[in-house]
Design a protein around this ligand. Structure first.
Ligand code: NAD
Ligand code: DAU
Length: 367
């Protein structure tokens, strides 16, 4: 039977990739995207689906409970997939308030609306699902020898961002235990891929190489992250919606740990090779070091460390593997190549984000 999804944060990095994945795989389902279009939201990321009859975009805030209730009621939503969040750790250090507002208050507003419409008003007491998209950062930090995070690892968030996500995870859990809301939660490792906002490490490095800007490495660059291609995250959520047990949480990851400095060096090497094998790139990006047969690694610049910087994240995906049959489809080799090529082929998307012209367009459209 066709489903009706409400996807919050669908104009963000992972949300937009999820919407593409979902509409391609389940063209009979209706997808309503709710997004506030903050600095991180980008309608251009949804251009490819904007004319689909099964797709609707609504600009709005997840803190607006009345709006959520209206959307759940009027569209007959049975599945809510909640991506909307303030997501950048550095911004949470300089301005935590927005993180509490969206990630905690906003998630609670969604839970209240879902409970009211699906349970209290009886629109769909049996076949509803509230899927909450969370992060591995709620588990805190690991030493080099610690085992990877499992679903039973104690929460120990270290940044205002991860603390706000941890709070939202607890609220989701509580709405299941107390009211019987049918919830699932996924805690995923670092994602990379198309439509990733160029303030995050991988897209920042790619776009800075192309614009001949410094590649900032925080501290000693030995912090470790566990990288997953974004479409493999969407596939994991799909499996949880299909086979996940209500009330459970699932860790999603691809067992792919990299020290930051190594991943930056790898991207430099891949970019230099791309320039060497395609002379058209030097024409398109004449400022790039690689356009003049230089070494992109010369752009690496060590800078002051992030306060409270978590040393290592690693996800143990054994539960998702054994209970859901989850396996990532991309290797890191294939995923990072796709990502590099996407940024090379879609300069319009990221240059508009970076020079502010996308923001100006939003203001004209929506005021
Ligand atoms: P993002 O910052 O790229 O996108 C967030 C989206 O939410 C944007 O489109 C923004 O406009 C929207 N938004 C923000 N505040 C809103 C509000 N109050 N109301 C409605 N919309 C609002 O984030 P992302 O990287 O795509 O992350 C999506 C989710 O996945 C987040 O919940 C994040 O915690 C989680 N997550 C991210 C990663 C990662 O590596 N990026 C890994 C694991 C989990
Ligand atoms: O682990 C999942 C999390 O991954 C998500 O929950 C977050 O939403 C997402 O932003 C991401 O958080 P990180 O802090 O790990 O990602 P970020 O890209 O900001 O940084 C990755 C690593 O690179 C981190 O150790 C900090 C470092 N870094 C980052 C930037 C932007 C640098 O060394 N230099 C930089 O300029």
């Amino acid at each position: 039977m066709a489903r009706v999804l409400l996807v919050t944060g669908g104009a963000g990095f992972i949300g937009a990739n999820f919407v593409h994945y979902w509409l391609a795989k389940y063209p009979e389902d209706n997808v309503v995207v709710l997004d506030a279009l903050t600095y991180a939201g980008n309608l251009a990321s949804l251009d490819a689906v904007k004319d689909a009859a099964t797709y609707t975009f609504v600009r709005g805030d997840i803190c607006d409970q009345a709006l959520i209730e209206k959307l759940l009621r009027e569209h007959g939503v049975d599945t809510l997939v909640h991506f909307a969040a303030e997501s950048h750790v550095d911004r949470s250090i300089t301005g935590p308030d927005a993180f509490i507002e969206t990630n905690v208050i906003g998630t609670h507003s969604l839970l209240k609306a879902a409970k009211k419409i699906w349970l209290d008003e009886g629109q769909n007491p049996e076949n509803h699902r509230f899927h909450h998209v969370s992060t591995d950062e709620v588990y805190g930090t690991l030493t080099a020898d610690d085992p990877a995070f499992s679903e039973t690892t104690a929460y120990a968030p270290n940044s205002p961002y991860s603390a706000s996500k941890a709070a939202s995870d607890h609220l989701v859990r509580a709405y299941h235990h107390t009211y019987g809301l049918k919830v699932t939660t996924s805690n995923c490792s670092n994602n990379y891929g198309p439509f990733h906002f160029p303030e995050k490490l991988i897209p920042l490095v790619i776009t800075n190489i192309l614009h001949n800007k410094a590649l900032p490495i925080y501290g000693d660059g030995q912090q470790v992250r566990d990288w997953l291609y974004v479409v493999d995250h969407a596939r994991g959520i799909d499996l949880i919606l299909e086979k996940g047990v209500i009330g459970e949480t699932y860790n999603i990851g691809g067992i792919n740990e990299w020290a930051n400095i190594d991943i930056v060096k790898l991207i430099c090497e891949l970019m230099d090779k791309a320039f060497a094998s395609d002379p058209a790139l030097a024409q398109r990006f004449p400022a790039a070091v690689a356009a003049n047969a230089g070494d992109s690694q010369s752009l690496i610049t060590y800078v002051k460390d992030r306060p409270g910087h978590d040393r290592r994240y690693a996800i143990d995906p054994a539960k998702a593997n054994s209970e859901l049959g989850y396996q990532p489809a991309e290797t890191f080799e294939t995923g990072i190549r796709k990502t590099l090529n996407w940024y090379i082929d879609n300069t319009d998307w990221w240059e508009k984000v970076m020079d502010g012209s996308y923001r100006n367009w939003i203001e004209k459209q929506y005021g």
